[in-house]
Design a protein around this ligand. Structure first.
Ligand code: ATP
Length: 387
């Protein structure tokens, strides 16, 4: 086996345009130089920060790293301890116990260098779930059911392997390609786990739209929490707006904890009762009473029997368009402030103030942006930033 250190990413892949950025990563298109096949892949680089955000799971492997996981020879690489993130461990478990699954992103390889760890992933060029839906003028319940079926199928396989996604949301569901029959792929296992555990980061960043009551109240997350998130996605797919709607995160949190949502007459009157029954069962506060992924795969609405074939009201798409646009704006703001926060923390705020790295004006700008984002609820992160 060639050692990980002797395998260089640039020898095996041509690294092309940026496909997207996450709080801890950058994803680029890659073209394989191996065997002259020129296959396209997505290269997700988990950057070296030397900083662990509050509550972020940083699972570490003991001696031997991946070599002890019984993986095929080429996958028996040792990633330095500090870089062994949860995402890599979960992706490895997926390679071992789940792949290939048509609705779970496939990991082909892993490289490590001074920039960080590079995950060589299946390229999904078909866009995010909601982006594709809002590009259509209208769609049917049956099409929404096909989406729910694919997510449930992926969750069924992951849960069987004791993997809980924990961050299921439409942005983490991408179409493989642009054809109308393209499979939908679940990705981003950065917050996933191979067991239930307590998670203090839930609700600190980003939207709590998809977060289950048990995650909010006790930070306890299990496979049933993924089913709650699927219930929220299904509600949005059929109405264009989220089930728990409030002007502040604090209010939204109360609604989620109480499982308080409605099927408003104006937008739900023509939706099948089978769909509403399924949503209600998924959005049950008691996680034990929610159906499992395996169970819903035989639900009449999910298999398409009771899902209406006729197109839904065009209002659903226009509402989804505004919801999606707001969500994207918020995500972009959070991503930029979050990376800036990490940058500031690693460099030490006070040193920075006196250096050329960041002017006081730029710093104030960041502070104001951060304040706006925190204004909706949690101020813990703001006070940490201001320390
Ligand atoms: P974080 O890592 O902080 O949770 P994230 O979930 O937004 O952030 P990543 O998984 O790092 O992000 O992905 C960033 C963006 O890159 C995604 O929004 C997506 O648009 C794009 N992307 C990620 N994986 C792929 C892929 N396999 N194929 C195509 N595009 C991808």
């Amino acid at each position: 086996m060639s050692s990980q250190e002797s395998r260089r990413l640039s020898d095996d892949y041509e690294v092309d345009d940026v496909l997207g950025r996450g709080g801890f990563s950058v994803v680029r298109r890659g073209i394989s130089k191996l065997d002259g096949n020129k296959n396209q892949v997505a290269i997700k680089t988990l950057k070296r920060f030397g900083y662990t955000p509050p509550g972020m799971p940083r699972t570490r492997m003991g001696e031997g790293g991946f070599a002890s996981m019984g993986l095929p020879m080429w996958k028996q690489v040792t990633i330095s301890d500090a870089l062994l993130t949860n995402e890599i461990i979960v992706m490895r478990k997926i390679v071992e116990d789940v792949s290939p699954h048509p609705n779970v992103i496939h990991l082909y390889d892993v490289y490590e260098d001074s920039n960080g760890v590079h995950l060589i992933l299946e390229l999904c060029s078909g866009g995010e779930l909601f982006d594709r839906i809002v590009a259509q003028a209208r769609y049917s319940e049956a099409e929404a059911a096909a989406v729910v079926r694919q997510i449930a199928s992926a969750l069924g396989a992951l849960h069987k392997a004791n993997i809980v996604h924990r961050d299921l949301k439409p942005e983490n569901c991408l179409f493989l390609n642009s054809s109308s029959s393209s499979p939908l792929k679940i990705m981003d296992f950065g917050l996933s786990s191979v067991e239930d555990f307590t998670d203090p980061i839930v609700g600190l960043f980003g939207s709590i739209d998809y977060v289950s009551p048990e995650a909010l109240s006790q930070g306890r997350i299990s496979s049933a929490s993924d089913m709650w998130s699927l219930g929220v996605i299904m509600y949005i797919l059929l109405s264009g707006y989220p089930p728990f709607h409030a002007t502040s995160n604090r209010e939204k949190q109360k609604l989620i904890l109480a499982g308080e949502f409605s099927f408003y007459e104006y937008s739900w009157k023509s939706i099948s009762s089978s769909a509403k029954q399924l949503i209600s069962s998924l959005l049950t506060v008691d996680p034990q009473r929610r159906p499992t992924a395996q169970e819903i795969l035989s639900h009449p609405w999910v298999i398409g029997d009771s899902a209406k074939q006729d197109l839904m009201d065009s209002e659903v798409v226009s509402r989804l368009q505004s919801f999606n646009a707001r969500r994207k704006f918020r995500a972009a703001a959070i991503a930029s402030v979050w990376s800036a926060t990490m940058f500031l923390r690693t460099k030490k705020l006070r040193t920075l103030l006196g250096s050329h790295d960041l002017s006081p004006g730029e710093l104030e700008n960041l502070r104001m942006n951060f304040k706006k984002i925190c204004a909706n609820g949690d101020n813990a992160t703001l006070s940490e930033f201001e320390e």
